[in-house]
Design a protein around this ligand. Structure first.
Ligand code: OXD
Ligand code: MN
Length: 611
């Protein structure tokens, strides 16, 4: 081996992987700009990356057609006992899974360089940070990890001789024969893709995919699946949540965490530009929050990541001007379209469709083409520090104190704009039964309704019933310092297919009501599904939007909620005896509240008066 560090266990593990995967060379990453530039230049020379004339230091990659998103069907949570993984995770017994994967790993890096990436999730030295080491045979992964995490020498120093680290092994699964030309995007066939987690050993093994959450192992694999297990063990929480600071005209700050399934506007909300005069927002994180109880008993959140890995299509100056500002330079784009003047383009971009482009498949594209120019799950990788609305405190090692927790999803009907949980346990019930229409962030059907508890269905590293219990316990520990819990839905449409709520910056109007609820300054009506504002409780100053649609967005159809009970019962029944008694109590109370109601609630009555 060309290089070793003072950490003996790390050296030994690296040597084990060398013996198993048989790379041609080993490179220990130092995280420097020079390293990034050298690797990028190599990938450009090999035809894998295209430099973008219009964006300084930015590059476009095109993946293989079969490697475009996370592969939940091939993602495993492996404990000796399947009960520990629970019904929402794929499971294979560790010995059998390791045997299959060891066969695949055998010699899989032949003809390639193996990179050792020491990385920190969370600012190096933060009491909440965790160190991982990713071994990969993909230079694309190294460059993305440079942006998404803190990589290199400072991490090795923080590890010292005996520091704990999480082992993350990744291979694209495409060994090269002597003289064989490499593919533009090497990867394995679908049946040989495995994204495996062994939580008892703090271990991730990923094979066969080079894309996003399958390959950048600090993100979903470490910071959510493995971290959720560590968090339960150690008494904190690892959540699929954005972190946002909202500041009112008096300078008072409110900190918000929001859990939404993938591709449901989480990045947009995290970079919100409020439309209410005098209100400001700062972004702290767009995807993952690690939360612990601080010395004052409140819940504190850090963003363990250092960059944004966002969905490009739909990102525009209308939907997310701050993201567009972030993307000006130093970015990696994957599966976007390439314009003739050397820029990227995607569907719903501000710029009109180019007359000609090269699409994400590498084919000529014109507006008459029947296929989209960018893949619906095309991504940007961008440094968080470049975001025009990044908070000056986004790297505060202690985190920020959270006042508000939001759950949400994408529902075209039934779920109203905003509901506040009646109390913490009801909030846990709302999180546990959250539902959303599926999107392109995962390979599968788009548009089906699925229950996605806490937006963690694809990311919880243990039995989801135990995760619910952990939420109840955290609430008990927080006592009267618990954040308020809300449930939002920006995506309702009326019978004509028109949006009921304008969304984007106007979501600040809903957030303002939440802040006022925290301060005890806003009215709410108690409904069977929770506390709700009437239209008069929302600050709609200056909003040019049909009032009848807003009224409709706040209406609830009790019959429709009753009709979903069977689905909720079926969803909760999958956890069997492991389901906490407190969840069953919540379900019973919810059913009683719905049964005790006439079909029209107070909120829906106001619909009639307003019309
Ligand atoms: C993501 C996802 O990439 O949730 O953040 O899929
Ligand atoms: Mn996500």
């Amino acid at each position: 081996m060309a290089y070793t560090v003072a950490h003996q266990t790390l050296n030994e593990w690296v040597q084990e992987v060398v013996d198993l995967c048989q790379p041609d060379a080993v490179h220990w990453c130092d995280g420097t700009v020079k390293e990034y530039d050298r690797l990028m230049a190599k990938m450009v020379a090999a035809g894998k990356a295209t430099p973008l004339a219009k964006r300084p230091n930015s590059f476009l990659f095109r993946s293989s057609l079969s490697d475009v998103a996370r592969v939940e069907e091939h993602t495993y949570i492996s404990y000796p006992d399947q009960e520990q993984a629970g019904p929402t995770n794929n499971w294979i017994e560790p010995k059998r899974l390791k045997k299959t994967m060891l066969d695949l790993y055998q010699g899989c890096m032949r003809g390639r360089t193996m990179y050792v990436i020491p990385f920190s999730m969370g600012a190096v030295g933060s009491p909440m940070a965790k160190i991982g080491v990713e071994i990969t045979d993909s230079a694309y992964v190294v460059c993305n990890m440079h942006i998404m995490t803190r990589v290199g020498t400072p991490v090795i120093k923080a590890l010292g001789t005996e520091g704990e680290f999480i082992r993350c092994l990744h291979s694209v699964g495409a060994p090269l024969q002597p003289g064989e030309k490499d593919a533009i995007w090497p990867c394995a066939t679908m049946e040989n893709k495995y994204i495996s987690h062994f939580p008892d050993e703090n271990l991730v093994w990923s094979y066969g995919s080079g894309y996003g959450g399958n390959a950048l192992l600090g993100k979903k694999c470490l910071a959510l699946r493995i971290a959720s297990v560590m968090a339960r063990r150690e008494g904190w929480m690892a959540e699929h949540m954005l972190i946002l600071r909202l500041i009112n005209p008096q300078g008072e700050r409110y900190h918000i965490c929001g859990a939404f399934p993938s591709a449901c506007g989480k990045t947009n909300l995290s970079m919100l530009l409020p439309t209410i005069p005098g209100w400001r927002a700062e972004c702290i994180g767009d995807d993952i929050a690690w939360l612990r109880i601080g010395p004052d008993g409140r819940l504190y959140a850090i963003n363990p990541e250092a960059g944004f890995f966002g969905v490009a299509p739909g990102t525009s100056n209308e939907s997310n001007p701050a993201a567009m500002g972030t993307l000006k330079e130093n970015c990696i784009f994957t599966n976007c379209a390439l314009t003739d003047n050397g820029d990227v383009w995607w569907e719903k971009h501000d710029n009109p469709a180019p007359a000609h482009a090269i699409d994400w498949r590498g084919q000529d594209w014109t507006p008459d083409s029947r296929q989209p120019a960018a893949h619906p799950n095309a991504r940007f990788t961008a440094p968080a520090a470049q975001c025009p609305v990044i908070s000056p405190d986004w790297e505060d090692p202690e985190g920020v104190p959270i006042d508000i927790l939001i759950f949400g999803g994408r529902r075209t009907c039934v779920q109203p704009l905003i509901v506040e949980a009646l109390d913490w346990d009801h909030g846990v019930f709302l999180g546990a039964t959250a539902a959303s229409e599926t999107t392109a962030a995962n390979i599968g059907h788009v548009g089906n309704l699925r229950r996605d508890p806490f937006a963690m269905k694809p990311f919880c590293g243990y039995n989801m019933a135990d995760y619910f219990a952990h939420w109840f316990t955290m609430g008990d520990r927080l006592g009267d310092k618990r954040p308020h819990v809300f449930y939002v839905n920006w995506f309702q449409k009326n019978a004509d297919g028109k949006w009921l709520w304008p969304g984007f910056g106007d979501n600040s109007r809903v957030l303002k009501w939440m802040c006022e609820r925290v301060d005890g300054n806003a009215d709410a009506q108690e409904t069977p599904i929770g506390y709700m504002p009437s239209i008069d409780d929302l600050d709609l100053t200056g909003l040019d939007w049909p009032m009848d649609r807003i009224v409709e967005s706040l209406a609830i159809d009790v019959k429709a909620f009753r009709a979903e009970i069977a689905d909720i019962e079926q969803h909760l029944a999958q956890f069997g005896d492991r389901l906490p008694g407190r969840m069953i109590k919540q379900l019973q109370a919810y059913k009683r509240r719905l049964d005790g109601q006439p079909a029209q609630t107070a909120a829906s009555k106001s619909l009639h008066t307003a019309r």
